[in-house]
Design a protein around this ligand. Sequence first.
Ligand SMILES: Cc1cc2nc3c(=O)[nH]c(=O)nc-3n(C[C@H](O)[C@H](O)[C@H](O)COP(=O)(O)OP(=O)(O)OC[C@H]3O[C@@H](n4cnc5c(N)ncnc54)[C@H](O)[C@@H]3O)c2cc1C
Length: 403
Amino acid sequence: MDFNDTAEEAAFRAEARAWLEANAPKAPLSGKSEAELLVLAKAWQAKKAAARYACITWPEKLGGRGGTPIQQVIFSQEEAKVGAPRGFFDIGLGMCIPTVMAFADDATKARFVGPAVRGEEIWCQLFSEPAAGSDVAGLRTKAERDGDEWVINGQKVWTSGAHYCDFGIVLVRTNPDTAKHKGLTMFWIDMKAKGVTVKPIHQMSGGSNFNEVYFEDVRVKDSQRLGEPGQGWQVALVTLMNERLAVGGATGPNYGELLDVARATPAGEGSALEDQAFREHLADWYVQAEGLKLTRFRSITALSRGQTPGPEASIGKIVSANQLQAMSHEALDVLDQFGLISDPAVAPLEAAFQQSVLWSAGLRIAGGTDEILKNIISERVLGLPGEIRVDKDLAFKDLPTGR
Ligand SMILES: Cc1cc2nc3c(=O)[nH]c(=O)nc-3n(C[C@H](O)[C@H](O)[C@H](O)COP(=O)(O)OP(=O)(O)OC[C@H]3O[C@@H](n4cnc5c(N)ncnc54)[C@H](O)[C@@H]3O)c2cc1C
């Protein structure tokens, strides 16, 4: 197997690298507030869009480059090396706008796609509710038709970025008289509309990345509907397929950085690297990291050949999120009393391991929990019998939780 770039890919990589070296922001990002990072991220997104490096695979008329998926992978790999501000646009451009492009009318696409690509407007995804996460089709937020409008009431939760987002896609129940998957409808919504209240959730990391969102008699026009009434589940699947691809692997400190920390940390006569129990864990993570790397290469090879990657994204997410969590805890053990220091100015690697201890548990839940992804792999990849779904054919209103 040859994992090297083809001549064409190497030429694109060189071009992307040269552009990034000349244009990427040079100022360090650590220590900046979310508001400051947002300003920098919007400016960076606008710059990429002007040079046709934002949304590389999208058609040129929609602000993309008309490029290939492998070019997008190459650009993202190179962009990750320059430390540019990231994260604010992943949900909007990775999941919401592809859904809008698939289901909205031409006028809606013309209004929203360009500003999203240029980073002028940000989108969020409003699916999960207090009683509907893994089983999102069990959601209760409802929309009732009133002439040419719909009136939405209910609550969403864990909505990443809702506090700075301009628009969102919201999945609601429009028909409780049919089976739970069949009574759903998707709308796009203005996050500043009357009746929408966003309440940030304070996280143990000190940040507030996600929110509760309440809807009280929020009026949306029928023209804001994405797909037919009752077709919301099919529309949501388009969003969720893009989510699994986007969430893909864990971002955070890696095996090599753990090795550096252990090498630099004194223990007994030498360094933490000489501890037998630690070395055994390291060997396991090395094997996992190599497995993940080769699995990722398999996806990239599929993209390079113009194919769609298979279930590797789910496997990659389960392994990498669990590995990140275990490695981060081990790193804090290795650092002993210094592991308690979370001030980025003085902690090793700007406290990357301290932050990922707090973040990695959420990564095992976001975009499908470990158990849900294992169900998907067992049913769709290994062909094992499906989970028993007793509520599949019952009307939503007749479910014990349906009222
Ligand atoms: C960092 C982060 C960001 C998020 N961002 C968003 C967002 O922007 N928009 C949004 O809509 N949502 C978002 N979510 C919510 C996320 O999609 C849900 O948390 C997730 O789907 C799990 O749902 P839940 O929290 O309700 O847990 P539950 O579904 O209640 O699961 C509880 C436990 O039961 C297990 N379980 C559930 N069903 C099964 C089953 N059938 N078989 C075996 N085990 C099962 C789960 O694995 C889990 O361990 C985010 C979550 C996180 C952590």
